[in-house]
Design a protein. Structure first.
Length: 203
């Protein structure tokens, strides 16, 4: 195996980026990038901390990540599994990265920045749905924003209807839990109860 171990070796393989790869990167949220953020119902949130890295999916109605101003984003932390891996990382290491996806669009938007958690009552209340507030809001100061080339979306056929996989061919969460716990938890009962429970606790 031949490992690449220096930046010089890497650049010798890939060369240097062209002008279009560089000019698209800015630190502030320009109007065009704001449009992408406000149209997106889904993004990934990457964080890093003493225990390692974490990348978690975040989804809500389009525009769930709020553009507060040209250098600030706000993301409500909705109900989940209470592992709080991302939040524990942010408390100790503010660097974060987001990748926004928009169904039907081959363009992704990448954001790098520094985050902190807010439990300000007014901010939390402003994100309430059905009178249910998030327990905290992730506030992100943008450092780098740019759109991502659409080749990955095209290659993966991510939005193509004929490329969709039947979920029945995949292991269910209940099956995974049962396998890992020697059937102490999970199983068919878990799978049967999960969807109605999730619908009742989305917010």
């Amino acid at each position: 195996m031949s490992n690449v171990s220096t930046i010089e070796e890497l650049e010798a393989i890939y060369g240097t980026p062209g002008e279009t790869s560089l000019v698209k990167e800015v630190s502030e949220i320009i109007p065009q990038y704001r449009t992408f953020i406000e149209a997106s119902p889904f993004c990934t949130l990457a964080t890093v901390g003493p225990e390692g890295m974490d990348c978690s999916p975040r989804g809500d109605v389009p525009g769930f990540v709020r553009v507060h101003d040209e250098r600030t984003l706000m993301m409500p932390d909705r109900r989940g599994n209470n592992r709080i891996d991302s939040l524990k990382n942010i408390v100790r290491e503010p660097r974060v990265a987001l990748c926004f996806l928009i169904p039907g669009s081959r363009t992704c938007l990448r954001v790098n920045g520094e985050a902190h958690l807010s439990v300000d009552p007014e901010i939390k209340a402003s994100f309430a749905v059905d009178e249910k507030e998030p327990r905290s809001v992730i506030v992100i100061e943008t450092k780098s924003i740019y759109f991502q080339c659409g080749r990955a979306i095209v290659r993966s056929k991510l939005w193509d209807a004929d490329a969709q996989i039947d979920p029945k061919i995949l292991p269910t969460p209940g099956e995974v839990l049962a396998y890992l716990s020697d059937n102490r938890v999970g199983g068919k009962d878990y799978d049967a109860k999960w969807e109605p429970r999730a619908i009742e606790t989305l917010w």
